[in-house]
Design a protein around this ligand. Structure first.
Ligand code: ADP
Length: 291
C-alpha cells in the first residue's frame, strides 16, 4: 500500500493515511468506515501492570454508563487472559451470526465481545503473534453488529504492547484512554509508561482512576489505607491529566466479579457504585461536548 498522499478526502480504513487506493474504497472498507462512524466514543482502558483491577474497572464503567441511559458496548481485547466474560457470567457463551455479522453477547443491554466467545473450549490458550491480534481487533470492529453506540469501552491487556498499539492504529474517530492504577508507587511508576504511550501516540487521556484505594470497614466505615494513599492523584497532577477518582477495596467487588454481575449493577446504591458513577461522569459528559 503506497504512503503517497493524493487529493482524495477519504482516510484509509486501516491507518490514518490518505492513500491513492482510498479514492475507491472497497466494499469491506466502506463497511468498516460505517461501523466506526456508528460508535461515537471509543474508550481504551489501560494499565501499566496486571492485577490493578483494569478489567473490573472496564466492566463497571460500561455498566455505570449503560445504567445512566447510554448505549454501550464492551470489547475485550485481552486475548491471552480474557476475564470480562467471567465477570459478566457469560464465559463459554457462543456468538451467533446474522446477515454475515457477528451478534455480540448482550448482558443487561451492554453488547459484549471477547475472544472467549470464539474458542472451542474456554480453557484453550490463545497463542497469537501481533499481526493475528491486530487482525482480530480489526474483525471485532468490522464484523460485529454493534449498531449505534454512544460508548465502546475497550479492555486492553496491561502494558503498552500489540493490543493498545493495534487499537490506536485501527480505531478511527474519537478515541481516548482511561488509565487505571493502584495507589502504590510501583504501580504508579508502571502507569507512567501508559501515560507516555498515550502521549507518543497522541491518544487523549480522559483521566486516571485509582483502584483499590483504601479499605472501607463494612462494620464501622473506617478507611484503612492498606497501600499508600494518593499515588494516582499525584501522578495525574504530574502528568497534567484529570484525576477521575478513587475506588475503594471492597470485597463485594471481587464477590460480584466471581458471581458474574458487576457491582454497580447488583448494588447500585453502595458507596463503591457511587464512586464508580462519580468517576465515569466526565466520560458521559463527552456526549454533551463538555470535554
Ligand atoms: P486486571 O484486569 O488489572 O488484571 P482485574 O480486574 O482482573 O485486574 O482484578 C484483579 C482482582 O482484583 C479480581 O479478583 C478483582 O475482583 C479484584 N478487584 C479489582 N478491583 C477491586 C476492588 N476495588 N476491591 C476489591 N477487589 C477488587
Amino acid at each position: 500500500m503506497t504512503e503517497e498522499k493524493n487529493s482524495c478526502n477519504h482516510d484509509c480504513a486501516h491507518c490514518s493515511t490518505k492513500h491513492d487506493s482510498c479514492s475507491n474504497p472497497s466494499e469491506r472498507e466502506r463497511k468498516f468506515i460505517a461501523q466506526m462512524a456508528n460508535i461515537k466514543h471509543k474508550i481504551i482502558v489501560l494499565s501499566g501492570k496486571g492485577g490493578v483491577g483494569k478489567s473490573t474497572v472496564s466492566v463497571n464503567i460500561a455498566f455505570s454508563l449503560a445504567m445512566a441511559g447510554y448505549r454501550v458496548g464492551l470489547m475485550d481485547v485481552d486475548f491471552h487472559g480474557p476475564s470480562i466474560p467471567t465477570m459478566l457470567g457469560v464465559k463459554g457463551a457462543r456468538v451467533e451470526s446474522d446477515n454475515n455479522a457477528i451478534l455480540p453477547i448482550e448482558v443487561a443491554g451492554v453488547k459484549v465481545i471477547s475472544v472467549d466467545f470464539f474458542l472451542a473450549d474456554s480453557s484453550d490458550a490463545v497463542i497469537w503473534r501481533g499481526p493475528m491480534k491486530q487482525g482480530a481487533i480489526q474483525q471485532f470492529f468490522e464484523d460485529v453488529a454493534w449498531g449505534e453506540l454512544d460508548f465502546l469501552i475497550i479492555d486492553c491487556p496491561p502494558g503498552t504492547g500489540d493490543e493498545p498499539l493495534g487499537l490506536c492504529q485501527i480505531v478511527r474517530g474519537d478515541k481516548r484512554a482511561v488509565v487505571v492504577t493502584t495507589p502504590q508507587e510501583v504501580a504508579a511508576a508502571d502507569v507512567r509508561k501508559s501515560l507516555d504511550f498515550c502521549a507518543k501516540l497522541s491518544l487523549p487521556v480522559i483521566g486516571i482512576i485509582e483502584n483499590m484505594s483504601g479499605f472501607v470497614c463494612p462494620h464501622c466505615a473506617t478507611v484503612t489505607y492498606i497501600f499508600k494513599q494518593g499515588g494516582g492523584e499525584k501522578l495525574a497532577e504530574q502528568a497534567n491529566v484529570p484525576f477521575l477518582g478513587r475506588i475503594p477495596i471492597d470485597p463485594t467487588v471481587a464477590d460480584c466479579s466471581d458471581a458474574g454481575q458487576p457491582l454497580v449493577y447488583k448494588y447500585p446504591d453502595s458507596p463503591t457504585a457511587k464512586a464508580f458513577a462519580e468517576a465515569v461522569r466526565p466520560i458521559g459528559e463527552l456526549l454533551q461536548g463538555k470535554d
